[in-house]
Design a protein around this ligand. Structure first.
Ligand SMILES: Cc1cc2nc3c(=O)[nH]c(=O)nc-3n(C[C@H](O)[C@H](O)[C@H](O)COP(=O)(O)OP(=O)(O)OC[C@H]3O[C@@H](n4cnc5c(N)ncnc54)[C@H](O)[C@@H]3O)c2cc1C
Length: 305
């Protein structure tokens, strides 16, 4: 049986074939995935994992695609979206158990509405809870990893692991998940009680600050990690690169560390600007910029540690 029919046999929702990933990333660029699948529960996730393992087919987990640059060649393998699974959310005083597909901004606002503090920073970070744990997404000096009590993952053999905080590691835009071959299914977060009015005021201030500093055009957020001394956006601006464009892509005029899609950008246009920024910053400041966004192409994800 061919792979399509095997996937069709284990999934309630039929796989999409040669689906352009530009439709599933915030940048709006990226070539096709051989198969894009939408498992409905943990059993279907396990079945896809085992099938991929048996046939040595590369597998990529997709959150909301807000930190991804998919190359124009697309992805040769199976892309798994958790859109139809892992969407549960239970609140029990300060303890929140949520599925990986839960929207991070929604969760941050819901937590604030319940008078719990600690997640205000995340209200403006697009994407899923799973993506935020994988990336250890953060803002204003706060990080998703700081809130974690436990994370449930599934490995490539389909077995489940519930790992507590002391079995996990988080650092600036890094989590242990980036070095593992696992799918994040669920997390338990711990928040503190606070004053709802004050919490919502802080959340609003953070959203306002982002609205002023960040471009409105499609992007994947910050392209580069901030080097220890100076912000990547500042260095790119000082290098005179703000507003530089290639094809439909542009180094944002609003924020030097964002590359935006003006409507018809290709991944190649964006890669050109990434290389330009890296080379110019290296030449002018002797600083090596590291990618924050994850680049996907061919049969693999190219991440920088
Ligand atoms: C306008 C804008 C502003 C942004 N601002 C910020 C910011 O302030 N701070 C910040 O940290 N980031 C920011 N980002 C980047 C992005 O929103 C975060 O990194 C976000 O957490 C990514 O979540 P996602 O669901 O979209 O993940 P995706 O982009 O879909 O995936 C990112 C990585 O996580 C992996 N992954 C996703 N889900 C899972 C899972 N369940 N199990 C295993 N691996 C998984 C993917 O394979 C991929 O490697 C911004 C992006 C945009 C577009």
């Amino acid at each position: 049986m061919d792979l399509f029919n095997q996937l069709r046999g284990i999934l309630k929702v039929p796989p999409l074939v040669k689906e352009p990933l530009s439709r599933h990333t915030s940048l709006g660029v990226g070539g096709p995935a051989d198969y894009l699948v939408f498992p409905s529960d943990a059993e279907e996730i396990r079945a896809v994992l085992l099938l991929a393992k048996e046939h040595h087919i590369p597998l990529l987990v997709l959150g909301h695609g807000t930190n991804l640059l998919v190359l124009d060649e697309g992805f040769r393998g199976i892309v798994m979206s958790l859109t139809n699974a892992c969407s549960h959310c239970q609140f029990n005083n300060g303890i929140v158990k949520a599925g990986a597909n839960v929207s991070l901004p929604w969760l941050a606002k819901e937590i604030a509405r319940r008078g719990l503090t600690g997640m205000e920073f995340a209200a403006g970070i697009p994407g899923t809870l799973g993506g935020a744990l994988y990336m250890n997404a953060g803002a204003f000096g706060y990080y998703t990893g700081n809130l974690v009590e436990e994370v449930v993952t599934m490995d490539s053999t389909g077995s489940l692991q519930a790992r507590s905080r002391n079995e996990l590691s988080f650092a600036y835009r890094w989590s242990n998940f980036q070095d593992e071959d696992v799918i994040i299914l669920e997390a338990t977060l711990c928040l503190k009680p606070g004053n709802r009015g004050k919490i919502e005021e802080i959340l609003g201030q953070m959203l306002n600050e982002r609205a002023v500093k960040h471009p409105r055009l499609p992007s994947a957020g910050s392209v580069f990690r901030n080097p220890s001394r100076q912000g990547a956006g500042y260095l790119i601006e000082q290098a005179g690169l703000k507003g530089m464009s290639m094809g439909g892509a542009q180094i944002s005029l609003t924020h030097g560390n964002f590359i935006v899609n003006n409507g018809n950008a290709t991944a190649a246009d964006i890669i050109y600007l990434i290389n330009l920024a890296r080379e110019t910053v290296r030449e002018k400041f002797d600083i090596e910029l590291q990618l924050e966004i994850r680049v996907v192409g061919g049969n693999r994800e190219i991440g920088e540690k």
